[in-house]
Ligand binder design. Structure first.
Ligand SMILES: [Zn+2]
Length: 339
């Protein structure tokens, strides 16, 4: 009887944190060679007059042990079958799948960070624009032939609204609300009514820049863009400017860089010229400044614009514009390591 009391204390204090520990408890106390069976075997040694009393004590001890076993089983099941003690903290963690940045986002971030270092602030504007901000203010009146190059999509409910053809509309909105000095960089999606092919798409991405202050000259434009090219493509990259025409700048120039693929000796990408065109630029047309009440005798400025798909094509050799928007994981996964 004294032994049974001791065992009861031991059982009451027993703990089991795992299914294995619960099973060990069962084998030790309730198994065929367990303690309960062993004590019951003692029954034959008990004097007849005490058998009834001892039988009751034994039965109560058996029920007590079974109840404890059920309790341990339930608590392990409730904790999900394991306890903190059994976790091996030295095992490697479960891998968390990480996506990759879109190549256009990678290139946009690179471009923005370079211009931010030169003191340019990022400006953004709406993709649905009115005719004035997209064309009129940019010195492209309604009958201007340059509009033919920028056919776009018009909104049915109001034909005066359109999808912007360039981020110059953001420049317009900045000049409308800010006084010089102005130094902004404008990234964004733009639209053109083009047949979709490897070389043309109905939407693409631009980054434009605008700098207006006193005494801003073409030399500032050249030096700014030269710095950008060296940071973006490497110190060995050379640039050249070719005279061009845009309604909103005068004079205007296209900028080429030495071909990154062949280093200037000639290849398919540069059409064997050694040069590739990357952006358009020029001094802001006085008429554009006057459109926003900026005194063109006091202030001058330069502007430039580039297509991010073009930069991306040169940096990552993407040879088909459609790849950027097809969401093909085989294409997108290739940029996992790029930042
Ligand atoms: Zn080349």
């Amino acid at each position: 009887m004294k032994q049974i009391d001791e065992h009861k204390q031991e059982i009451a204090a027993a703990e089991a944190g795992t299914p294995d520990a619960v099973e060990a408890f069962r084998i030790k106390y309730l198994g065929t060679k367990g303690l309960v069976k062993a004590i019951m075997g003692e029954m034959k040694n008990v004097p007849n007059e005490q058998k009834k009393e001892f039988g009751q004590v034994l039965n109560e001890f058996k029920q007590f042990t079974e109840a404890k076993y059920e309790l341990l089983k339930e608590s392990v099941a409730a904790s999900g079958g394991s306890s903190a003690i059994d976790i091996d903290w030295s095992l490697p963690g479960d891998p968390v799948p990480v996506g990759s940045r879109h190549p256009l986002s990678i290139v946009r971030n690179q471009v923005l960070s370079i211009f931010k270092r030169l003191g340019f602030a990022v400006a953004e504007g709406p993709e649905i624009e009115d005719d004035w901000h997209n064309f009129g203010a940019m010195n492209l009146p309604e009958d201007h032939p340059a509009r033919d190059m920028q056919d776009t999509f018009y909104i049915n409910q109001n034909p005066a609204w359109l999808l912007r053809t360039h981020t110059s509309s953001v420049q317009a909105r900045v000049m409308e609300t800010q006084k010089p000095p102005i130094r902004v960089i404008c990234p964004g999606r733009v639209y053109r009514n083009e047949t979709i092919s490897a070389r043309a798409h109905c939407f693409f991405h631009q980054v434009e820049g605008l700098y207006i202050d006193e005494n801003v000259s073409f030399a500032d434009l050249k030096q700014t863009l030269y710095f950008f090219v060296q940071e973006m493509f490497g110190k060995d990259t050379r640039v050249r400017f070719r005279p061009s025409y845009f309604p909103f700048t005068e004079p205007s120039a296209e900028m080429d860089i030495s071909c990154l693929i062949c280093g200037g000796s000639g290849c398919n990408v540069c059409k064997h010229t050694g040069w590739v065109e990357i952006l358009g630029s020029g001094m802001v047309h006085p008429k554009v400044l006057e459109n926003f009440g900026i005194d063109s005798n006091k202030y001058t400025g330069f502007a430039f614009g580039m297509g991010l798909e073009r930069i991306c094509q040169l940096k990552y050799r993407v040879n088909d514009l459609r790849l950027y928007s097809q969401n093909d994981i085989r294409f997108l996964q290739q940029f996992t390591g790029a930042v």
